[in-house]
Design a protein around this ligand. Structure first.
Ligand code: 4AD
Ligand code: MG
Length: 480
């Protein structure tokens, strides 16, 4: 049989020696015409394969170049090398795929993240991206585990929709109408979507929340975990045009229950990754430490990656209202010395990321949950508070990232909801199906959305969101 291989991670964990094993993987380096560092992606650690001098044809040795794919069978022996217990003494080496050393874009040296982004189809084969995407996998797995253990139903919400869940209007259109000007028009010159594929105007979803709410009114506890799309022209280190979002929606939860769920959830998945991906995290922590050393003293973070994650797992998040946050910001030296680009003068303004980061990184030095925002800066579905000015919203802000979660208790009262929609010019006819939940057996409920890539950024310590998703989509870029 061709494939009786053992994965390198399992082999490196072996206590015993003196047995035969077959491994397959990609050559990272080949030293002294003898020592192959082999990686198969199961771990960041390479297996040392020894091709003893004189035992292999020159024609084979020449093909052991960085990037080549090989199959090796040999004896597992105790290693004299540092940091590894076992190595493989090759008996046979089969080249599965050659790699021209002159042309292979990854050289055995440090490449910049910008360069690697341009060769994203190859960057999986680096230590850094190997670690990142194994951690991304663990986090995704932990998310399902967390909700499954709590009896949530995983709901697949549509990717193509006719509604704008956030009312933000930054959507990608989905159409089969011709783009050459021959699309059917209405009398006023606008496009007539009656002849379009769905017989109406459609777009890629910005959030699965509204559909999630429909299902929560039957299963009580549901969550979505899927791709979402936003055509915002934001060229930042925290925005993607295509990102993955986790959105739980829970009947009978109020704002406080919602915050408790979000905190428990974030802690659980981080803890899981810390247990499952210890070596990957240690590698990334080391990487970050070296990166930090390049920065001027005042810009360096006070905690290393592992300390930061431990801190989040072991400490409660700071909870305060928007109104309290505005007070802190207005009274801050930062504001008084006009160090904010957008100065905080009064109540009602939306917080910019500089303000969020000030609260989290400078003032509280821990994750913060801000609640009860002014209704005018939040979405139509958030529950109006007694004061008539604020809504039962919550945003979770994380150090180094800013907003990582956005959520709220939902407006379950039909009259209040329709009044708010009218104020915000959201046509009720188009959301009749949504309003039906409030007509038939409405109940208090709440939910939130966690941006998956922002979570992965937080856990891996990566500075740019484009480096934590395999093939990032952002303005002017849809490569691969
Ligand atoms: O705050 P947002 O827009 O909330 C919603 O979409 C709600 N429907 C969620 C809910 O209550 N069910 O987005 C939620 C989160 C943000 O906090 C952020 O982490 C992430 O999604 N996010 C983005 N991540 C990457 N790129 C973007 N362009 C993002 N926009 C939002
Ligand atoms: Mg938000």
């Amino acid at each position: 049989m061709f494939n009786k291989r053992i994965k390198i991670k399992a082999l490196l964990a072996e206590e015993n020696t003196g047995f035969e094993a077959t491994v397959m993987g990609w050559v990272r380096t080949f030293r002294n015409n003898q020592f192959i560092a082999l990686n198969d992606g199961s771990t960041n650690n390479n297996l040392q394969v020894v091709a003893s001098l004189g035992e292999f044809e020159d024609s084979t040795l020449k093909r052991l170049t960085t990037g080549a794919c090989i199959k090796v069978t040999g004896q597992v022996i105790a290693s004299l090398g540092k940091g590894q217990k076992v190595e493989l003494k090759a008996a046979t080496i089969e080249i599965l795929g050659d790699s021209d050393a002159e042309k292979f874009p990854l050289q055995p040296k440090k490449h910049s993240l910008e360069f690697l982004r341009e060769i994203a189809h190859m960057r999986f084969r680096t230590n850094t991206f190997g670690a990142i995407f194994r951690i991304r996998h663990s986090l995704a797995f932990a998310i399902h585990q967390f909700f499954n253990d709590k009896g949530f139903v995983y709901l697949h919400t549509p990717i193509i929709t006719a509604s704008d869940a956030e009312g933000a209007g930054e959507m990608f259109r989905v159409t089969t109408l011709p783009l050459d000007g021959s699309a059917p028009k209405n009398e006023d010159g606008s496009i007539n979507f009656k002849d379009d594929f769905f017989g109406r105007s459609t777009n890629l979803t910005v959030s699965g929340q509204l559909e999630g709410e429909l299902a929560a009114m039957a299963f009580s506890d549901v969550y979505t975990f899927g791709p979402t799309f936003r055509a915002e022209n934001s060229n930042t280190t925290r925005h993607l045009a295509e990102f993955w979002m986790i959105e739980p929606e829970v009947a009978f939860n109020d704002l406080e229950d919602n915050m408790n769920l979000a905190e428990a959830f974030i802690r659980y998945v981080i803890k899981y990754a810390m247990e499952q991906n210890k070596e990957d995290l240690e590698f990334l922590a080391q990487r970050l430490e070296e990166e930090e050393k390049q920065k001027p003293q005042q810009d360096r973070s006070e905690m290393g990656l592992l300390d930061k994650l431990n801190f989040v797992v072991n400490n409660d998040f700071e909870r305060l209202t928007y109104t309290e946050a505005i007070e802190i910001l207005r009274e801050s030296n930062h504001n008084k010395k006009k160090k904010f680009q957008y100065l905080i003068e009064g109540w009602g303004v939306d917080l910019q990321s500089e303000h969020e980061r000030y609260l989290v990184e400078k003032h509280f030095k821990k994750p913060v949950i801000l609640t009860n925002y002014p209704k005018d800066i939040k979405s139509f579905y958030m529950r109006l508070n007694e004061d008539g000015k604020t809504v039962a919203a919550m945003d979770i802000l994380a150090p180094g990232i800013g907003e990582i979660v956005g959520g709220s208790q939902r407006e379950e009262r039909l009259d209040k909801l329709t009044a708010r929609m009218a104020e915000m010019h959201i046509p009720a006819e188009e959301l009749n199906w949504y309003l039906d939940t409030r007509r038939f057996g409405s109940c208090p409920h709440a939910g939130f959305g966690l941006g998956f890539e922002r979570l992965v950024q937080f856990v891996t310590g990566m500075g740019n969101i484009r480096d934590v998703i395999p093939f990032p989509r952002y303005p002017k870029s849809a490569e691969f």
